[in-house]
Design a protein around this ligand. Structure first.
Ligand code: AP5
Length: 295
């Protein structure tokens, strides 16, 4: 599925995208995360984006479009993607439409998450992110002690909670203003194309996830089922990758003298030698099975 999540800052786009990633097995493409990563790496894009981000303004369309074009060109988006925080202006929406037309990958749905202004401010002021793994928490929905007692998958130590630099009062006010002026018009843009679904995104995360799944409807259900069965089949397909991830000592097959002797003995006796899944070279002494013939 190719999905856009629209909504004001703090409406839960990132939170719901991550849940969809797990359910549908397609990547989240978050323009905010990509820009923050560029700022952290100190790239030219990051340098040019930082000032706008710190002030709560939008980064130049041309910079963002270039970044998104590259990201959507990556192989992992072929089965679908969830766009979070992009598009944010009419120019970006039109450019996205052209890009996806060229790729013959049109959008399936655009979901607008509706949250009232007081709740947006409350969610943003309670947001904390782990400085190491980037996971997003909220102090109002999960108490600090509970969050800190959990271990970060990156460091194995408790999460180090930080507040985003643009989550301060003045910047949040500007981000909300910019949203109303530049991004809200996209609701009509996508309604006119028959792609828009609006959901009430007040209430707890689970409840909102349920409404989102309903809004995405049958295609999302099918995608979730396909993702689940792909995960079930994955151990066979990714055996080589899992093996590569193991320490060498665990990968090596035991080559005990007794094991080798046993294999030699079996071969001498004309019994099937351990062929590690390849076509057996010997079935009975002297009776090689020609390739492709059934046993
Ligand atoms: P970006 O990172 O995209 O910020 P945003 O759009 O302002 O959205 P947020 O990340 O603040 O909120 P969210 O909706 O993802 O909410 P979340 O799930 O985290 O952009 C940052 C900046 O980058 C922009 O200001 C701009 O400068 C630049 N930029 C980005 N994209 C751009 C573009 N396309 N063009 C130009 N410039 C661009 O949830 C918030 C909190 O609430 C969390 O703590 C979460 O745990 C909690 N929460 C979530 N759901 C619930 C719930 N149902 N109940 C209670 N708490 C909840």
């Amino acid at each position: 599925m190719r999905i856009v999540l629209l909504g004001a800052p703090g409406s839960g786009k990132g939170t719901q995208s991550q849940r969809l990633v797990e359910r549908l097995g397609i990547p989240q493409v978050s323009s905010g995360d990509l820009l923050r990563a560029a700022v952290a790496r100190g790239t030219e894009l990051g340098r040019r984006a930082k000032e706008a981000m710190d002030g709560g303004r939008l980064v130049d369309d041309s910079l963002v479009l270039q970044m998104i074009r590259e990201r959507l060109g990556a192989g992992d988006t072929r089965r679908g993607f969830i766009l979070d925080g992009f598009p944010r202006t009419l120019a970006q929406a039109e450019a996205l439409e052209r890009l996806l037309r060229d790729l013959t990958q049109p959008l399936d749905a655009v979901v607008q998450l509706e949250v009232d202004a007081a709740e947006l401010v409350r969610r943003i002021s309670g947001r904390r992110c782990c400085a190491d793994c980037g996971r997003v928490f909220n102090l109002f929905t999960s108490p600090r002690a509970a969050i800190e007692s959990e271990l970060c998958p990156r460091t194995g130590a408790p999460h180090r909670l930080t507040q985003r630099p643009d989550d301060n009062e003045a910047t949040v006010a500007e981000r909300l203003r910019v949203y109303e002026e530049k991004t809200r018009p996209l609701i009509d843009f996508y309604r006119a194309r028959g792609l828009l679904r609006v959901i009430d995104a007040m209430g707890d995360v689970e409840e909102v996830s349920r409404r989102l799944s309903q809004a995405l409807g049958a295609p999302a259900l099918r995608a979730a089922r396909a993702a689940k069965s792909a995960t079930r089949r994955a151990p066979h397909r990714t055996g080589a990758r899992r093996k590569a991830a193991q320490p060498k000592s665990a990968r090596r097959r035991p080559k005990s003298a007794t094991g080798r002797a046993a294999r030699r003995g079996k071969a001498r006796a004309g019994l099937r030698v351990n062929t590690r899944g390849k076509s057996p070279r010997t079935t009975r002494a002297g009776q090689g099975r020609p390739k492709g013939k059934p046993r």
